[in-house]
Design a protein around this ligand. Structure first.
Ligand code: F6P
Length: 327
């Protein structure tokens, strides 16, 4: 087995709180094991454009608590072409990089998988996305912080909703996944939670709201995941305003504030454990083209194809639970 000497780390796709903690863990574990560690700026785009810098222990000082990513990030279309990947490979090769850590989401892992197959460079992925839409891990780096950001915003919205007896429709991020909506909705006592995994009928929601009105429950919060097939929070509000004009309806789209901020304890810990685990796998020559994740509080490695294939479905019991608790 060839001993790994030079590794590179990059962040790719949407940033997520905790990415810096993961970079720090990769760099410091690498340096501890006497590896040369490179940071690739702007994800795959930087790999193609040769924007690659040496990292040392100091370059990751004072970042564990910071959101965003010191390596910057981008979504590169060029990396999805064979020519782009060839350029990227040449830039790694001239530095002797023989192991790569990719911190990102499913799109980033697709790229890493092809790259690793084509050029035989061992790649380990770390799930860095607020969406929690990756298999092979119970949590993704950034999800907990994003859910907590949404929770703190919805708590504030409830204060003003309560003061005015209003209905608020709050839209949260998650792309095609409903986990931020599910967790933040459940944790704030939302009256309704709408997620793409279980499309709900607007008619049913309207009927439930009318029932609430009859019962004099005039403060209602609906948390909607942005990827819901029935349309945005704004479109939903139009339906509700038309069907129940007596309700004073407002919309709040939380947007990119969910992506920023200081990572929670949980995100810092997962990021640190997984960054360490990625370098360990490279050193041991194991799990080429795998993602390191946490399952039942233990580090587990899942092949990229499996990690990006399916996300787990949200079971009915989650919905039974919030409906009972919010009734
Ligand atoms: O994947 C993370 C995410 O924040 C999604 O929740 C959201 O749909 C998307 O990225 C937004 O992307 P952008 O920052 O490019 O607008």
């Amino acid at each position: 087995m060839k001993k790994v000497k030079n590794i590179a780390v990059l962040t790719s796709g949407g940033d997520a709180p905790g990415m810096n903690a993961a970079i720090r863990a990769v760099v410091r574990t690498g340096i501890y094991h006497k590896l040369n560690v490179f940071g690739v700026m702007y994800g795959y785009r930087g790999m193609i454009q040769d924007d690659i810098v040496p990292m040392d222990s100091k370059s990751v000082a004072n970042i564990i608590q910071r959101g965003g990513t010191i390596l910057k990030t981008a979504r590169s279309k060029e990396f999805f072409t064979p020519e782009g990947r060839k350029k990227a490979y040449e830039n790694l090769k001239k530095r002797g990089v023989d192991g790569l850590v990719v911190i990102g989401g499913d799109g980033s892992f697709k790229g890493a998988h092809v790259f690793s197959q084509e050029f035989g460079i061992p790649c380990i992925g770390l799930p860095g996305t607020i969406d929690k839409d990756i298999s092979g891990t119970d949590f993704t780096i950034g999800f907990d912080t994003a859910a907590n950001t949404a929770i703190s915003a919805i708590d504030k919205i409830r204060d003003t909703a309560d003061a005015h007896d209003r209905l608020f429709i709050v839209e949260v991020m998650g792309r095609d996944a409903g986990y931020i909506a599910l967790y933040s909705g459940l944790a704030t006592g939302a009256e309704h939670i709408m997620v793409p995994e279980r499309p709900s009928d607007i008619e049913n929601i309207v009927a439930a709201l009318q029932d609430n009105e009859r019962r004099k429950k005039l403060v209602n919060i609906i948390v909607v995941a942005e990827g819901c097939p029935h349309g945005s929070a704004t479109e939903m509000a139009e339906v509700v305003r038309r069907e129940i004009p007596s309700f004073d309806t407002r919309v709040c789209i939380l947007g990119h504030i969910q992506r920023g901020g200081s990572p929670s304890c949980m995100d810092r810990i997962i990021a640190s454990r997984l960054g360490y685990a990625a370098v360990k796998a490279l050193l041991e020559g194991k799990y080429q083209s795998h993602m390191a994740g946490v399952i039942n509080n233990e580090v587990r490695y899942t092949p990229f194809e499996q990690a990006i294939k399916t996300t787990e479905q949200i079971g009915e019991e989650w919905f039974g639970l919030y409906r009972i608790l919010a009734s």
